[in-house]
Design a binder for this molecule. Structure first.
Ligand code: FES
Length: 160
């Protein structure tokens, strides 16, 4: 797309063939960072049993397209797509692995995302923990798979 189309928010095509399990790729869409995480079985397992600790475990609030309104908040469980901007005041959360004692999140931390600005925490599906400054889960942008290894960010079959 032309520079002008880009600035207006053209969809962005991403090749995820080379993205190893447990890794994250960041692309820019509409001037925002969009994360693409290839989750491992352990990361998916970490989403189980957190309901009581989360503010919106079933994604009732409108922070994702309908196809991402599920426990893993994605089309394919392994591939998580989210806008990497904290829903509190817009800082960039960072991925923090399980345990990670240096993070200060405690030994029981199951892995997810931490926003250093005011301490909001999110699980591996971007679901915000209760009693944190961030009011909602991380936003999942419209997206779809063009093939097994190519994603289109910013457009889905509903809006295409
Ligand atoms: S901006 Fe993330 S906790 Fe405030």
């Amino acid at each position: 797309p032309s520079e002008r189309a880009r600035s207006l928010g053209a969809a962005v095509e991403v090749d995820i063939a080379g993205l190893p399990p447990g890794s994250m790729l960041t692309v820019e869409w509409r001037g925002k960072p969009v994360w693409i995480v290839r989750r491992t079985p352990e990361m998916l397992q970490s989403l189980q049993g957190l309901e009581a600790q989360l503010a919106d475990p079933a994604s009732a609030k409108d922070q994702q397209p309908d196809y991402a309104r599920n426990t893993h908040r994605s089309i394919q469980p392994e591939v998580f797509v989210a806008i990497g901007i904290c829903t509190h005041l817009g800082c960039s959360p960072t991925a923090v692995a399980p345990g990670a004692p240096q993070s200060g999140l405690g030994a029981g931390w199951p892995g997810g995302f931490f926003c250093p600005c005011h301490g909001s925490t999110f699980d591996n599906a971007g679901r915000v923990y209760r009693n944190k400054p961030a009011p909602t889960n991380l936003e999942v942008p419209p997206h779809r798979f063009l093939s097994a290894t190519r994603l289109l960010i910013g457009e889905d079959s509903a809006s295409a």
